[in-house]
Design a protein. Structure first.
Length: 186
């Protein structure tokens, strides 16, 4: 990175039920790959991706992918601390995962404070098996204060890059403008 580049580093967490595709989303974004048979995340994984936002500005996103099982609640609390931004992810073919989004939002704000987040409806490639209407999601996204709702498919890559990029840019602009208290700018 050139010395004239300013680096902004933000910590991101992904919250959502087990099996909604959190790891698949991150793997698609970071490595542009998808595997049909991921094992459930046992604990957490950390990834980093940088991109040049505009002249003189590089944004680094540290992504914490934390297991969605209840037994990892304390781990989520520890690793969500200090987070700047998040995805709350559900599976559009699994109504139970959608119904849990309010609880995930409450956990997020309890563990990380009121940080910007996008509600992600994953597995859009399985649209014929949809169990959650777009109208339901639009309403809950508004109710929980998400900055947006985006349907993605980690399998096909549909809107994955867009979702991460939109959240990263929103986070950068929000912290630079002072809308949120900066935790990790360097």
């Amino acid at each position: 990175m050139e010395s004239s580049q300013k680096l902004y580093r933000y910590k991101m967490v992904l919250f959502g039920n087990m099996g909604v595709g959190k790891t698949s989303l991150v793997e698609r974004y970071i490595n542009n790959k998808f595997e049909e048979n991921y094992l459930s995340t046992l604990g957490y994984n950390v990834y980093e991706k940088q991109f040049f936002f505009e002249e003189g500005i590089t944004i680094s996103l540290l992504i914490y992918d934390i297991g969605g099982q209840e037994k990892f609640r304390d781990l989520r609390k520890r690793y969500a601390h200090g987070a700047n931004t998040a995805f709350i992810v559900f599976d559009i073919t699994n109504e139970e995962s959608f119904n849990a989004t309010l609880q995930w939002k409450e956990n997020l704000f309890e563990f990380a404070g009121e940080i910007p987040f996008i509600l992600i409806g994953n597995k859009s490639d399985l649209g014929t098996r949809r169990r959650v209407s777009k109208e339901q999601v639009t309403q809950i996204a508004y109710d929980v204060g998400a900055i947006d709702f985006i349907e993605t498919s980690a399998k096909t890559g549909e809107k994955v890059e867009e979702a991460f990029r939109q959240l990263t840019i929103y986070t950068y602009k929000s912290y630079v403008s002072g809308a949120y208290k900066s935790k990790n700018d360097t």
